[in-house]
Design a protein around this ligand. Structure first.
Ligand code: ZN
Length: 346
């Protein structure tokens, strides 16, 4: 998951592209736009399901490994026979999530490292999410010249998880088509709703926090009340970000699983690739909704393919990551915390 704002921006762009292509805006109302932005979070919603039980957390990890092609084919089948508008907006967003994750994760993993690599620093595992927040801030500025507070991500989401009640049977069915373990999970409808509730709560809680949030969080970390991970879950103040998270300098990087796959693409170019790929997939998906026969549903499976969302080159299991060259993120992480600590003492 590049972070939620990057995913939302891409989905909104692709919705515009597809509208321009077909003469139909797939997200003409606020409600549909909210469903589009939720779809754009893909399986990440499940990863925020920490509080409410039964939890759906594990589906977040599983769907980053497999099942997205059958999930989208199932949604097309449901859209053809029922709730077409909502499911079309949701699927469009979801498709953009798949492509952005696949194309951007190798760059993010290369630039952030992962647990134990390239060092065993206790904050290393948090650098992935931290970098994604930095990317959000810098990409939003380049894309729309807005700050995170001005973009108001939370206002783009559904106000209540209840907005999803109508779509829930189709989403449950899609998850069951995607994952064997979901097929015999009798609690799945509850887990799905819990993930939506907790996800909406998480986004609300972490949206553009004021300065005192950072000061207090640092204080609580010092007292051992919160984990050092807290800073990787919020967008840090733009003025404190001193790294080129978007790779505008075209630093060379490689796929973490394959040192020979080198690139100098920056994040904007990766998004452009995901946008192009998503438009193609959305059109194939829409055609299958118009003609929901075996051939057209098969076309979705072929188009989306089995590649996972974590490395984008193989299915399940993921490839073994071996190479990376992180940005000075640990240093920046510490610097930002110290900034707010000095602020407390002053
Ligand atoms: Zn993701």
């Amino acid at each position: 998951m590049p972070s939620h704002i990057s995913h939302a921006l891409l989905a909104e762009d692709v919705a515009g592209d597809v509208g321009a292509l077909t003469g139909v805006d797939p997200a003409p109302t606020d409600r549909l736009r909210a469903i589009l932005v939720t779809g754009a979070q893909g399986p990440d919603f499940f990863l925020h399901n920490h509080r409410r039980k039964p939890r759906g957390f594990r589906y977040g990890a599983l769907l980053h490994r497999k099942g997205n092609a059958p999930l989208l084919a199932s949604l097309a089948h449901s859209a053809a026979t029922g709730d077409r508008e909502d499911l079309s907006a949701y699927a469009l967003g979801y498709i953009t999530h798949v492509w952005l994750d696949r194309l951007a994760h190798p760059y993010i993993n290369w630039s952030a490292g992962w647990r134990g690599t390239p060092d065993s620093h206790p904050d290393r595992p948090a650098m992935h999410a931290f970098l994604e927040r930095l990317i959000d801030v810098q990409y939003l500025r380049r894309h729309s010249d807005l700050s995170v507070a001005q973009y108001r991500f939370v206002d783009r989401l559904p106000r209540r998880a209840a907005d999803f009640f109508r779509m829930r049977p189709a989403l449950v069915q899609a998850l069951r088509a995607a994952l064997v373990s979901a097929a015999d999970d009798s609690q799945l409808p509850r887990r799905l709703l819990n993930a939506l509730h907790d996800g909406l709560g998480f986004y609300r809680y972490t949206e553009a926090p004021p300065e005192r949030y950072f000061v207090l969080a640092r204080h609580r970390e010092r007292r051992g009340e919160v984990s050092s991970r807290w800073l990787s879950l919020v967008h840090p103040p733009e003025s404190l970000i001193s790294v080129d998270a978007l790779n505008l300098e075209h630093r060379e990087w490689a796929h973490p699983c394959d040192n020979a796959r080198r690139s100098r693409q920056n994040f904007e170019e990766l998004v452009a690739g995901a946008r192009e790929r998503s438009v193609r997939s959305v059109r194939i998906w829409q055609t299958a909704v118009e003609h929901p026969d075996a051939e057209h549903l098969r076309a979705i499976l072929d188009d989306i393919g089995p590649e996972n969302l974590n490395d984008g080159i193989v299915g399940d299991p993921p490839c073994r990551r071996t190479v990376c060259s992180p940005l000075p993120l640990i240093e920046l992480y510490e610097e930002i915390k110290l900034h707010f600590e000095r602020h407390t003492r002053a």
